[in-house]
Design a protein around this ligand. Structure first.
Ligand code: G3I
Length: 370
């Protein structure tokens, strides 16, 4: 079935609306019917997310809690069944992987990479430079500028070479710009100066030339001061021929703040710089207890981010930051909030899960994105 991208955009948006009961527009119905006719043997909503995503030509991923993967068989089954990409939620961060200087603890990260290989999944590496979750020896150490540069270079080379050929994309730099659009005032900036970002990308590319190198942040879904600061930074880095390939849009949303309407336009402007893009950490938190309207808003947010990604070829993956409320980071950080994931704490699907399924099913019926 051939459908123009304009028609596809309209059909996807209409299907999102129908999924959520926002509109009973007849215009979406033939497309939905066509989707069923395309796969008459099985209701698309009986298929796994990864199956539906593969038909649409998109990778769908989840952050993985290493402890849950090792101890909770139901959790592990869902990771394998529903996703074709994984990200270590914590296991590849500096404090996890080099807790003492020169002492690397690969076990949890290796277990995830092995799981991914067994289950036919790609791996996103997360993350090489961040201002959080660094070991005390690093942040409290009294190093000269040159020593700290050497430590950073050595960490990047050691980690990338350890995983070489097994990680398809790396979040090299995470959250390096603040919400006002300035370079975040981290110890990296204070001690190495702004050139640390370009250095990190160059070192990562030297260590593993085949992995796709991302810069990644939150509050950059739509066009705003922060995402524009990223646009300018990326443009300048690419002019200097720094090997930076991808812009990661985390997608940590909260239903009380509404949904940014210009996500697709934001993705498009990064694509025009030659960048890949990805939704890297999608979750949508709610102030508890959840009412039906909030559940519907959450479903809309998940499927709208997904639709923006599906409609742009530059957008290579859509990753949720955990898939079950059982292990979500949200309640520990945002008091009184939670219920941010696709499945509840008993692994039962919410409207958001069905909305993601339906959006993928329609995209797959239109055909793989190439
Ligand atoms: O490792 C210790 C463990 O030894 C101890 O027993 C346990 C007790 O609470 O704490 C463990 O550390 C926790 C760690 O997660 C591993 O579970 C930290 O307290 C906790 O703060 C940490 O939270 C993580 C958070 O990043 C830290 O900023 C979340 O799990 C993780 O989901 C979150 O992920 C970030 C992304 O990396 C970047 N973007 C934002 C996103 C959400 O904050």
């Amino acid at each position: 079935m051939k459908v123009s991208r304009v028609a596809a955009a309209g059909a996807l948006a209409a299907t999102v609306a129908v999924t959520l009961g926002l509109s009973a527009s007849a215009s979406a119905l033939p497309t939905t019917a066509a989707a069923a006719a395309h796969h008459p043997a099985q209701n698309p909503l009986d298929r796994s997310l990864r199956d539906l995503a593969a038909r649409a030509g998109l990778r769908i991923g989840t952050a993985v809690d290493a402890n849950a993967l090792a101890t909770d068989a139901t959790y592990a089954r869902h990771v394998g069944d529903d996703f074709n990409m994984v990200t270590a939620e914590n296991a590849m961060k500096w404090e996890s992987i080099e807790p003492q200087r020169g002492v690397y603890t690969w076990e949890q990260a290796d277990a995830l990479v092995d799981f991914a290989r067994t289950h036919g999944q790609l791996v996103r590496g997360h993350t090489l430079i961040w201002h959080n979750q660094n070991p005390a020896w690093l942040t409290n150490g009294t190093f000269t500028t040159e020593e700290l540069r050497a430590i950073l270079k050595n960490h990047i080379f050691t980690v990338l070479r350890h995983f070489k050929g097994r990680i398809s994309a790396w979040d090299v730099a995470n959250e390096v710009i603040d919400d006002s659009g300035q370079l975040r005032n981290t110890f990296w900036l204070q001690r190495l100066g702004p050139g640390y970002i370009a250095d990190a990308f160059r070192w990562a590319h030297q260590a593993d030339p085949r992995t796709v190198l991302f810069i990644n942040d939150y509050n950059v879904e739509g066009i705003n001061a922060k995402s524009t600061a990223y646009y300018n930074l990326v443009r300048d880095l690419r002019r200097q021929r720094v090997p930076i390939h991808g812009f990661g849009i985390q997608g940590h949303l909260d239903v009380q703040y509404g949904f940014p309407g210009d996500v697709q336009a934001n993705i498009q402007r990064f694509a025009r710089l030659g960048m890949k893009t990805a939704l890297t950490e999608v979750d949508v938190r709610i102030t508890l207890p959840v009412d039906a309207t909030e559940g519907t808003s959450q479903a809309f947010a998940y499927s709208s981010l997904l639709t923006a990604c599906l409609l742009e070829r530059s957008c290579i993956s859509y990753t949720v930051w955990g898939f079950t409320d059982k292990y979500s980071w949200v309640p520990g950080v945002f008091t009184g909030q939670g219920a941010a994931n696709l499945l509840d704490e008993n692994f039962a699907p919410k409207p958001a899960y069905t909305a993601v399924q339906q959006t993928l099913a329609l995209a797959g019926a239109i055909g793989p994105r190439g």
